[in-house]
Each structure stands twice: as C-alpha cells, then as structure tokens.
Design a protein. Structure first.
Length: 196
C-alpha cells in the first residue's frame, strides 16, 4: 500500500495526541499534506511495516529491527473501576490492592489477579470501560486511554507499582528520508531553521 508521494501519513496509537505536532507541520509545510490515522496497539507495527504509514506514534514495545524509534514520553498506568468501587476512595493503588478483582481486559504486562478469572470475551478498551462502568471488574489502562474513554460512572487511579508504558515515534529505516526527518524535527521541537 503506502502513501501517495504528496501525503505524509502518520499513524497514532489510541491515546496519543499528535495535534500539536500536526499544527506545527501544517504551519511550516503548508503545501505538504499531513494525514493523521488512528490505529490500535495491535495494528500499529504491522501497518507501519507494510508501508501504510510513513511514521507512527506507537506504544512500546515494538520490534526495533529495521526501525528507527525515538521514545517521547511515559504514561502512568491506571486502574479503571465503577464509581462505587473501593478504589474510588483511594488516591492511588498498588497491585496488592487489586488481587481479588476480576480483570476484564488482559493487561499487557501479563499481570493477573490471584482469584480465578471469568472467561471474558475479547473486548476493546472502550468496551472494557463500559463493562467496569456497569460495576463488573476492573481494567488497567495507560492514563491517556482511560482519559479518552472516561465516563461519569467510572473512576481511575494510578497503579504505583506497575511499570509505565512509553509512547514513541517510529519509522522504517528504509523510509528515512528528508520528509521523515522534517517530521522528526517537528516532534523533537527543532526550529524551522535548525538542521538535524
């Protein structure tokens, strides 16, 4: 597949917010079209590798073979629960506080509560938040994803002993051209006159 030569296609994983960088790009390069395409974490690497995107804001880890990766920022993991859940009374929680819970969406770290888990159907992050809003179980998500799917009937609290996730800018070594480097410059905050 791939982008038309006059369009820079940038994928962005759920929760990432490329708007600030897109605004700078459009201001500096008004004749070069930028297309932002939302992508799930499961799709991010395959769509980058098959050429669908020129670059992508990805949630790590990704296979770095043949790929440039610049880590941009870390995201705090949060537990999402119904607003009447016990975690609503806390400012933050630990995994030990969650060992008796039903985890409605498997966590990327592989962590699982100590109690036998129900056989949850496969669900999206949005569906997981809807499920916990109904008072059933919990979900652990990156803070940006929890904010994206926030509802009035759920709370989210930081899980302090779970490693953060990282968001990075990634692109194929084979697609490391002048245009990709200009976008990298925008993301890294370089001025319009600076060179890499």
């Amino acid at each position: 597949m791939g982008s038309p030569p006059d369009v820079l296609r940038v994928g962005f994983v759920t929760g990432a917010t490329p708007d600030k960088w897109a605004g700078v790009w459009r201001e500096r390069y008004p004749r070069e079209r930028l297309e932002l395409v939302p992508v799930t974490e499961a799709e991010q690497e395959p769509l980058l590798r098959d050429g669908t995107f020129d670059l992508a804001l990805v949630r790590l880890p990704v296979d770095r073979d043949g790929m440039h990766v610049i880590t941009l920022y870390d995201e705090v993991p949060v537990v999402v629960a119904g607003h009447e859940h016990l975690v609503a009374a806390a400012d933050e929680v630990t995994l030990a506080d969650l060992v008796d819970e039903q985890l409605v969406l498997p966590h990327r770290s592989g962590w699982c509560p100590d109690v036998p888990q129900l056989d949850w159907p496969s669900m999206t992050e949005r569906e997981a938040v809807e499920t916990v809003a109904a008072g059933t179980g919990i979900a652990i998500l990156p803070m940006s994803v929890a904010r994206l799917h926030h509802r009035k009937d759920v709370v989210s609290r930081p899980v302090v002993d779970l490693a953060p996730t990282s968001v990075a800018l990634a692109w194929l070594v084979a697609k490391d051209d002048e245009r990709a480097q200009r976008f990298v410059g925008v993301v890294r905050g370089r001025s319009a006159r600076s060179s890499r």
